[in-house]
Ligand binder design. Sequence first.
Ligand code: NOJ
Length: 724
Amino acid sequence: MRTFVSVDALLDEMTLEEKIGQLGIFADMLRPFAPGINPEMNARNASELTEQIRAGRVGSLFNGIGVEQGREAQRVAVEEARLGIPLLFGADVIHGMRTVFPIPLGEAASFEPALAERTARVAAIEATAAGLHWTFAPAVDIARDQRWGRGAEGAGEDPFLGSAFAAARVRGFQGDDLTADDALLATPKHFVGYGAVMGGLDYNSVEIAEGTLRDVHLPPFKAAIDAGALTVMSAFNDINGVPASAHHGLLTGVLRDEWAFRGFVVSDYTADFELIAHGYAEDERDATRVAFNAGLDMSMQSGLYGAHLADLVRSGEVSIETIDASVRRVLEIKRAIGLFDNPYRSLDAGADAALDLDAHAALARDAARRSIVLARNEGDLLPLPRAGTRIALIGPFAQDRDNLEGCWTLFGDKRLHVNLEDGLRAALEDPSSLDVVPGCAFEAAIDGGLDAAVAAARAADVVLLAVGEPQGFSGEAQSRVAITLPPAQQALAEAVAATGTPIVVLLRNGRALALEGAVRDAQAILVTWFLGSQTGLAVADIVFGDANPSARLPVSFPVHSGQQPLFYNRMRTGRPELPDMTEFKARWREGPHAPLYAFGHGLSYTRFDYAATTVDAARLAWDGTLTVSARITNTGPRDGEEVVQLYVHDRVGSRVRPIRELKGFRKITLAAGTSETVSFTLDRHALAFTRADGTFGAEPGRFDVWIAPASDRGEAATFELLAG
Ligand code: NOJ
């Protein structure tokens, strides 16, 4: 092992080929965990890869795990390669490693960034114990169209909530000390606009106004970088005709020049190569040139940089200074995480065995119950008594074990997972009071399924109806045209509802769904997303009232699929839907403009009353602050937690303003019968947006402000922002 002096000294010694080697990342054939995930990687065999490492042509590997083989690969890099530069091991650790936490969208429903920080920390502890340094997470794409499948990986439709979760997850992954064995580098992705793909079709193009890009899609990236993220992943999509992975204005203009980002940008999987398919580059050499010169430091998997960068430098189309700048960024991060001093960090053979999996399970259970949204509870059907009630658990998710994790979990340890049946039975005083019937398969009827389900429902006092989307319906490349339940499950719900037995829907979902018929009209609905390892136990905690639901929807649930994209913070139109305008207005012929359940909606087993929103002054001076308050009282029978939400509306702007925008939220705990006054402080920075002239700032004038339990609730107070 060589002695490391400085990044500059190392750079001076490197050949062009060795420099370019640091700018490529390849699938980890040395530690493959599931060769089917990225089939292309099979083409690159392990011994060839070892040879490349030895020759200094590979700087990073991804999506492999294993400490023993990792140490061996690292040994080849540091002992046998000429300059001994350690490898960086990355992987997709999105919502847990062995212990799987709720999908990020579900966890965002907790409205508790501190919770996401804790689960990301545990994911980092488990991931580094498996020999990883770097995760390709958090996904911070704002998803306003629920047809898109990758909304499951992010924090929903709102940039304020999304920014809070982006920052929290980065802090959680990275911890306080980047050189610690359990620090995991974070990668906000996909830069940028990926959540705005047209029609919700994954990989599709994006047409987006500069102001929307800046006010909605960029803020979570900024928040993640401000929280310490040192790498960013570029997106597959184009933005207004320029592919994001070759977008100089974004990769260099915004990231480097405006934000002074000092880390490196890694492409998404073969995104540089895909510039050819985009019709943005003529061939591989051209794709390499435009991507690299735009600011894409590291190429994932295509091999294009290794094949063409040297020639482009020789021809003068790429400058050696640009190469050096990118290599320096990569080496600086390797230095920052302590790899030069300790190349075998996070490759400790004993780390995995030392994991406190019980503590991780306890956190997963808490995170899961804090992610469950009680959307509806007619007649206070929930919580159910734990004894003396005959319960029929009906639906294809009842016993299933393959749809607990949700999308993008490569390393989940299925032995740790608890399904619905096991979790519910464990909570019952008499486990035999639970009758379990699948009723149908995920997408098809099964012989005798409906009859068995109807018989079980008739014999029961209450039905727990476990229906929704299988996990393959969300995630990458899983766009949908209709965000409804598969017809076989809908038919099951209708048949069960016809028995008249009260129904609690246990909805499994990777996005907001358009609920229909008997599912929409069930007496109670629990939105349970994909909750991960502790699914069954967490659902039981909520169903039987050991935990009081406290989550709120981070995405609007539409009435119809055709309302997409539907999000609460939409711009005002000149023809808004008002009660006295019936025909020529922004309306759908077949249904309402409004959602079924708005962003921020969620019930509790207790009730919270909001007194009027008040402001401590009618005017906010340009450099001043304003306090907005409301008194909230728990008027129900139990202690509970409430997500208090602050919304603002700018009445007149140089660009049309959204009807409401979230500007603050706080989860409070109130014992039954008690009250608390919740206050938020506003200043002009909170009111800033990208103005018509492209500058960012607030505009004087009148504002409405709400402290409310959801984005469609509350009475506004008003104030005026005075000019400076
Ligand atoms: C493609 C996905 O878009 C991205 O999110 C992921 O990190 C990479 N593949 C690597 O697996």
